[in-house]
Ligand binder design. Structure first.
Ligand code: L14
Length: 338
């Protein structure tokens, strides 16, 4: 099997760490691995397949000879380095929001729109975590019964905001349990025992940018700009996995049984729906796993042709590192990476 020279930009971050784990788990064919991060993390080392790798500061000349560059280091880094990497011949798969709405950049979930990869110019965008886990479960339904409207509430883990946010929830929880004053360690307010309806920046219309991404990215991935979307994205004191309540209005009637059947056959989706036995997706069970789990599938009592469901997935895996690695695998399979 052909092997590839792979670079990870943002290797020491939460998603970077998961990249290493997933590349190993999936036996990704790597001839050479290069790890990059900010100057703060340069000089550290990371283990991969039993070998120690140095972490270098990302620089303009970091990408010579690289076939695949997996980016997860924030939008500013991606804006600067992704075009440089692409120009030097690498395929960039970028986890940031920097390129997702660029008309020249495909935004891909392999279970949904793998064919969009074909028109890439060297950069492929990986969607937002909350959007990915939702659309893998919406697509099989939308294909048979077009979706008209979505109303979503997300409950998002602190891991999405990275290692300092994980440390903050841990620290604040210890302070609370010790009866000490809880000092906010990362978010604008205390996150321990306190949901915050604020993820990413606020926009003019009162929505946050995270909420806006769920609208824009759903449209682009599913090629369905007509779907109306309203989201409320909430940070909750949970370490891993985003949970989402999703209300879906369809064009035609649909029953919970049909939804269960369609989702049972859908790639990347696992139905966990047996409420009599208290079976439904839970963050603590989905952590570290690949699928998007769906349960609490029921008729929406507030409209015709409506379904409500509960969707849980590991935001660092399907929501970030896993989806990006699946894009790379898909590109290898289709022969897009020389
Ligand atoms: O657009 O939970 O990829 O703070 C990455 C961080 C989404 C939100 C993105 C978080 C963001 C996420």
């Amino acid at each position: 099997m052909k092997e590839y020279s792979v670079a990870i930009v943002g290797a020491t971050g939460r998603v970077g760490q998961e990249f290493l784990k997933i590349l190993d788990e999936r036996n990704f064919p790597i001839s050479k691995l290069s790890l990059f991060a900010s100057d703060k993390s340069a000089g550290k080392t990371m283990m991969f397949r039993g070998k120690e790798y140095p972490v270098y500061e990302t620089a303009d000349d970091s990408f010579e000879g690289i076939d695949i560059a997996l980016f997860s280091a924030g939008s500013d880094i991606s804006k600067h380095f992704a075009p440089i990497a692409a120009r030097s011949g690498a395929i960039v798969i970028d986890n940031s929001a920097a390129w997702r709405q660029d008309p020249a950049v495909p935004l891909v979930v392999p279970e949904i729109n793998p064919d969009d990869i074909a028109w890439n110019n060297g950069i492929i965008a990986n969607p937002n975590c909350s959007t990915i886990q939702m659309v893998v479960a919406l697509w099989p339904l939308h294909k048979v019964n077009p979706i008209k409207r979505l109303v979503i509430t997300t409950l998002q883990a602190v891991s999405g905001a990275g290692l300092p946010a994980i440390a903050a929830l841990d620290k604040e929880t210890r302070e609370y349990v010790a009866g000490e004053p809880v000092v906010p360690g990362y978010f604008p307010h205390q996150i321990a025992f306190n949901p915050l309806p604020e993820i990413d920046v606020f926009l003019e219309d009162g929505y946050t940018k995270e909420e806006r991404k769920m609208l824009d990215e759903t449209h682009k991935i599913m090629h369905a700009p007509e779907i109306k979307v309203s989201a409320t994205c909430v940070r909750v004191p949970v370490f891993a996995c985003h949970s989402e309540a999703v209300s879906i209005e369809f064009t035609n009637p649909i029953t919970p049984e049909e939804v269960r059947k369609l989702l049972s056959d859908a790639p990347g989706v696992v139905v966990q729906d047996d409420v009599k036995n208290h079976v439904y997706p839970q963050a603590v069970e989905a952590a570290g796993k690949d699928p998007s789990y769906v349960g609490r599938i029921r008729k929406d009592s507030s409209c015709d042709n409506g379904i409500v469901m509960w969707v849980v997935s590991d935001n660092i895996r399907k929501g970030a590192a896993l989806n990006a690695v699946q894009i790379a695998e898909c590109m290898i399979e289709k022969g897009y990476i020389k």
